[in-house]
Design a protein around this ligand. Structure first.
Ligand SMILES: Nc1ncnc2c1ncn2[C@@H]1O[C@H](COP(=O)(O)OP(=O)(O)OP(=O)(O)O)[C@@H](O)[C@H]1O
Length: 584
């Protein structure tokens, strides 16, 4: 008992030492966004991995999310996260604001036998190979012993040895997904060497050493590592197959050239727009493009997808990719508030009241006809989109954004996005008509300016509207420029989603927005042994895929088929995995 307490004490000392080290790292190396942009420049953001031989105890330091299990019967044919992460090039940036650490060069996937939560954690290889590593389950908070070379908790060894000692081998990730086979009813909060099923231990390797794309089967022993030759850690055989892609996405084309390109990803709610957009952004960044990923969806999920706090409505650096990747979640609430304030200051409950008060009742009626009044009233439909457009204007004009060579939009579900795309046209036409009324609408202009930026008093109302109109024309042209812009439709293989995608494409065509690619996400991977549920689901999916092939709107698009994977796509390594499947 005393010995165990002593062991725990030593462990906690190591941990506190490590926390201090992390604090020091954060204090010294976490710059503000503006200093990252301004002072250091993009090329200086990376912070090279350093390991500290004395910090040999890890307690599940970096948590990359808990997996949600998806039906997937055939482990051998399942695209498995564990495989592809091994090809990840992860350098942790100096601007770390996550629970990632620059010393973590191993990732591990495991299923907790207590609560069955599937987790991904990272730790340092050095700790794994010569120290003590303890991982905390994100589901039940139990501690799992991963490696114990110092014999703190019994005979020294690693999880491989512990599993071998009880006659188990590391499983492949997919094998337990349909019916979890590892359930253990023993509940305990003590660190235990028998409480998990190990899925994989993976190596992050630098880009120059990255050996593979995701094809056929491979073993970890074939992977290069950044600092050490493969040891016994890499003897696992984890099999995977290529994604069931019929056509490649043409990523080479997407990535080539330094001229700025915009990619808008959109589709029905919940089909995987954010995952696809975030994975594309990661892939661009890992291919050397300073990249910005923007969410125009008022219900943002970029932070969830990257497993990092990207909120705030400003540029936030994303940790993980090699080249600079920034995220921006447009914050319509803030702008809406500003709009409300202006409206209230003007003493009316809405624009119509306000204009009535100014003796411009007739004009208000005319504005109503133009539907501009709707945009300006409270709550204004279309305001979210108007704010998104004002951001696009900033991308075009502001030097702060000039360094980005790829800008990826994670758009809102279809209806919002169509409004976004048609808004420049609508505003252009509306402003054109308003300009004819020049002097009389100077008050309305200030309301419009409250949406699109700070009012500049030195300009007259007509001048301001004219400027706004010019900007709208720029945005409209941008959305239609086949050289720089592409809308990628994301769907899933269901009749409803395919029907909506077909309508979306028709609307985009009407707006002359270029569309070349269609991602069909969450396709069941090939399997030799479907359960009844999967076999019915597969038939449905095949029907939906046939529907796409015979749909006049969709048939001409490049079809990218992305498989349903066996873990929730969260965090940069997972996004990289998905990106390597989709963007080929
Ligand atoms: N290929 C895939 N395999 C497994 N899970 C996936 C896949 N694609 C997406 N998911 C999961 O599906 C969920 C929804 O994905 P995502 O947030 O990307 O969709 P969305 O279309 O952006 O949703 P919303 O319309 O609500 O913004 C997430 O939990 C994501 O991890």
């Amino acid at each position: 008992m005393a010995a165990r307490m002593l062991q725990r004490r030593i462990g906690s000392l190591f941990l506190s030492n490590q926390q201090q080290h992390a604090k020091l790292f954060k204090e010294q190396f976490v710059p503000s966004v503006s200093s990252v942009l301004g002072k250091y420049g993009f090329d200086k953001r990376d912070f090279q991995t350093q390991t500290n031989a004395t910090n040999l105890v890890n307690e599940g330091l970096a948590d990359h999310g808990d997996g949600s299990l998806k039906p997937n019967c055939d482990s051998n044919n399942s695209p498995s996260l564990s495989n592809a992460i091994s090809s990840s090039d992860v350098k942790f940036s100096a601007a770390a604001n996550l629970k990632t650490s620059p010393r973590h060069d191993l990732a591990m996937l495991f299923t907790c036998k207590v609560c069955e939560t599937r987790s991904m954690k990272t730790c340092s290889r050095e700790s794994y190979e010569s120290g003590v590593v303890v991982a905390r389950c994100g589901g039940c908070d139990n501690l799992h012993l991963i490696a114990d070379h110092l014999g703190y908790f019994g005979a020294p060894g690693t999880i491989e040895d512990f599993l071998a000692a009880r006659g188990e081998e590391k499983e492949t990730m997919a094998s337990s997904t349909c019916i979890p086979s590892t359930f253990s009813p023993i509940l305990h909060n003590l660190t235990t060497r028998n409480s998990i099923t190990m899925v994989g231990l993976l190596s992050y390797a630098p880009k120059s050493l990255r050996p593979l794309s995701l094809t056929k089967s491979f073993s970890f022993s074939s992977l290069s590592t950044a600092r050490k030759p493969p040891g016994k850690l890499f003897q696992f055989q984890v099999r995977s197959v290529a994604a069931p892609a019929e056509a490649v996405a043409g990523f080479d084309d997407m990535v080539s050239g330094t001229q700025r390109k915009y990619y808008l990803l959109g589709g029905k709610g919940g089909v995987g727009k954010t995952s696809c957009a975030a994975s594309l952004a990661v892939k661009f960044a890992n291919n050397g493009h300073p990249t910005l990923v923007v969410s125009t969806d008022p219900a943002h999920s970029l932070s969830d997808s990257f497993a990092q706090d990207l909120t705030g409505g400003t540029l936030v650096p994303v940790d993980g990719p090699e080249a600079p990747l920034f995220a921006l979640e447009i914050n319509p609430e803030k702008a809406r508030e500003e709009f409300r304030n202006v409206n209230q200051q003007n003493g009316g409950t809405g624009v119509k009241d306000f204009m009535d008060g100014m003796g411009l009742g007739m004009l208000a009626e005319q504005l109503g006809e133009l539907k501009l009044g709707e945009l300006l009233d409270t709550p204004p439909p279309g305001l979210d989109e108007a704010i998104a457009i004002s951001k696009v204007i900033q991308f075009l004009e502001s030097p702060e954004y000039s360094m980005f060579t790829r800008i990826v939009f994670d758009t809102a579900p279809t209806g919002h996005t169509l409004r976004l795309l048609s808004l420049p046209d609508f505003l252009d036409a509306s402003i054109g008509k308003i300009l004819k009324l020049k002097q009389k609408i100077s008050s309305a202009t200030s309301a419009i300016k409250s949406v699109f930026g700070q009012e500049q008093p030195q300009l007259g109302a007509a001048d301001k509207l004219e400027r706004l109109r010019e900007r709208m024309i720029k945005v409209r042209e941008l959305f239609r420029d086949t050289d720089s812009t592409e809308f990628v439709i994301v769907t899933i293989p269901t009749v409803m989603a395919v029907s909506e995608s077909s309508r979306l494409h028709a609307s985009l065509k009407k707006e002359s927005v270029p569309v070349n690619r269609l991602i069909v996400n969450q396709i069941l991977p090939p399997s030799a042994s479907d359960c009844k549920f999967c076999s019915i689901k597969r038939k449905d999916q095949l029907r939906a895929l046939d529907m796409i092939r015979s749909d006049t709107e969709l048939a001409g698009l490049t079809l990218i088929q992305a498989p349903l994977v066996d873990m929730e796509i969260r965090g940069v390594p997972a996004l990289r995995f998905l990106g390597d499947i989709i963007w080929k």
